[in-house]
Write a protein that binds this ligand. Structure first.
Ligand SMILES: C[S@@+](CC[C@H](N)C(=O)[O-])C[C@H]1O[C@@H](n2cnc3c(N)ncnc32)[C@H](O)[C@@H]1O
Length: 308
């Protein structure tokens, strides 16, 4: 993808990755496969850092894209998948001392990889886990990969929650490991979801996230992680000050009195009243402050109007 004004000498790897032709590597019909040239670009980067023949591990290889790229480039490679009975979350990795571990996680809840698996293995398919279990599993595998590999590449999408109008973003919630070399935005070409038709005001997701972490972990060395994001319910009204609340409720009031303002605050910002024992006095004091700031003008005692 052409970026105007970018000096050619930077080469072809930028934080925006677009590989429109998926290429010959791996099984193009495997759901959620990726274009092998993406791994090719990462390998070229590692070579430029001095790792001439990176040892690569892909424990969720699916349609074997990573395997084919490594065969073509003559690189040492180990790959596996739950379809061979290997569980990336609970089983031991196959080796340690990898230069790059590729973690292309399942597209949670969008692609069911387990339908063709024996019953006892179906619950191990990460795309069938509930969201919190999935994020905990992703974080665990990220950290495990960091302990086995100098670099870790994580490729994950954002999933639109049906009927809600928002996304769930794995990269935002998972543990980040070591140091993020780059956070790439990767264009998703030819996704199955593009063939669906969506009603209403829908924003198609056409990109995903590729994070390249440098862990440089050595036995008994230090490994720092950014702990996974957490959900916390907050009282948003705490962030709206009395001044802003009162400025807002005075909109459309021709004559502003402490009593009218109090009634409106009671309706529109009830939590403000719960947090003070003297709400009427707070309203009066805030009106005076707004007057001294030039937002309100006092007509007569106890009667204000907005200045403009
Ligand atoms: C997004 S796909 C990988 C696609 C692959 N990179 C390709 O190009 O074809 C995710 C893979 O994770 C596998 N998977 C899901 N849960 C797993 C688990 N617990 N252990 C190992 N593999 C798992 C799925 O079978 C699927 O092949």
């Amino acid at each position: 993808m052409e970026i105007h004004g970018l000096n050619d000498s930077f080469g072809e790897l930028t934080t925006l990755i677009s590989v429109p032709e998926r290429g010959k590597y791996g099984n193009a019909n495997y759901r959620g496969n990726y274009a092998g040239d993406v791994l090719g670009k990462l390998v070229s980067y590692l070579k430029r850092t001095g790792i001439q023949a990176p040892y690569i591990y892909d424990p969720m290889e699916g349609g074997k894209t990573s395997r084919d790229v490594c065969t073509a480039l003559g690189l040492p490679y180990v790959g596996d998948d739950i379809h061979n009975g290997f569980d990336v979350v609970n089983d031991d990795f196959h080796d340690t001392g990898f230069d790059l571990t590729v973690l292309h996680y399942p597209y949670w809840n969008m692609i069911d990889y387990a339908a063709d698996l024996p019953k006892h293995m179906q619950s191990m398919d990460m795309s069938r886990m509930d969201w919190k279990t999935f994020i905990a599993a992703v974080s665990h595998v990220n950290v495990k990969a960091a302990a086995h590999s100098r670099y870790v590449a994580v490729l994950v999408g954002d999933m639109v929650v049906k009927g809600k109008g928002y996304i769930k973003s794995i990269q935002r919630e998972m543990a980040w490991i070591g140091a993020p070399v780059r956070h790439f935005t990767k264009v998703q070409h030819n996704a199955m979801s593009y063939r669906s038709s969506y009603k209403g005001n829908f924003i198609p997701v056409v990109t995903e996230h590729l994070l390249l972490f440098k862990t440089d972990y050595k036995p008994e060395g230090e490994l720092w992680i950014l702990v996974p994001g957490q959900y916390k319910k907050i009282d948003a009204d705490n962030y709206v000050t009395w001044k802003n609340a009162i400025k807002h409720v005075t909109k459309g009031l021709e004559v502003i009195t402490p009593e009218k303002v109090f009634e409106r605050v009671k309706k529109q910002f009830p939590s403000k009243l719960r947090k003070t024992n003297t709400p009427e006095a707070t309203v009066r004091r805030t009106l005076q402050e707004l007057e001294s700031e030039g937002f309100l003008r006092r007509k007569v005692r106890g009667f204000y109007e907005r200045v403009s």
